[in-house]
Design a protein around this ligand. Sequence first.
Ligand SMILES: [Zn+2]
Ligand SMILES: [Zn+2]
Length: 342
Amino acid sequence: MTKTFDHGGGVRSVQVPIPDNPLGHTLVYVVDTGRGPVLVDTGWDDPASWDVLVAGLAACGTGASEVYGVVVTHHHPDHHGLSARVREASGAWVAMHEADAAIVRRARETRPERWYAYMADKLAAAGAPEEHIAPLRAARGRRTLPGLSPALPDRDVVPGELLDLPGRRLRAVWTPGHTPGHVCLHLEEDHPARLAGRGRLFSGDHLLPEITPHIGLYEDPDDATVTDPLGDYLDSLERVGRLTPAEVLPAHQYAFTDAPGRVRQLLDHHEQRLAGLLALLREPLTPWQLAERMEWNRPWADIPYGSRNIAVSEAESHLRRLVKQGRAEPLAGSEPVAYVAV
Ligand SMILES: [Zn+2]
Ligand SMILES: [Zn+2]
């Protein structure tokens, strides 16, 4: 079943399924231009997902071979996965912010063993128990890792600049946080239904109506820079709130209005979460211990293995922020390092 939606003003979306994922689907946006459609994101690299995208493009009155260009909001496989197939079918350009393009380049060069070793070391440093780390060490011999040979983009998305969409005005807004090179795309034309506000915003995973995107650390075996992704994310939220778009077209769930209201909710949510963590940090905790005590959508005991890695990374990004704000600090001499409220 192919589901498409006409958002008006030469913008449609196709729901491209993400296999075995509670998110369900990626909304791939199809923007008409004078040279053929430009896609915002492409969907997960899976044969069934590709078939849905092809059928969806046909339902939109075009075809995969007609695509003029692809703008990728960020490097994650549910957004960038099918870019290579679209480019093969059409010769389209593929554009991405250079910070995410650098991740794609390194992912293509990194051997899976190196990645597993890096993850195992990182989890050990975060205080993960040995039984959690052991499967990663055992997996080192495994051959393939999903999402490790994504398409190399051939154009940069340059913050503040208009993209090559003949006859349209689509401007890149850099919104790091969920990934270092995440971008939103601001379609500066009037809203087709004349809703109040300034144009429409393709928001990728940055701004979603009902879920908060994962903010972890920017995982990279080749980059030891001490980053503050949560700080980046909160700044980026304020940036898109100030744009006051009439409507937000996110990459998951559904289109919505009142971007500034949603931004405020998310800023409040993160401030409350930071305050809650600070209360937990009255006793020194490693990132792992903090993750165990944080509130998730289910009890820690029920969180599956892979999601625990994501949770611990989320705990680390919050710790990074608290340290940067001077509200928490590493406990001298602790190993693995524990953090405590100041
Ligand atoms: Zn994502
Ligand atoms: Zn996503």
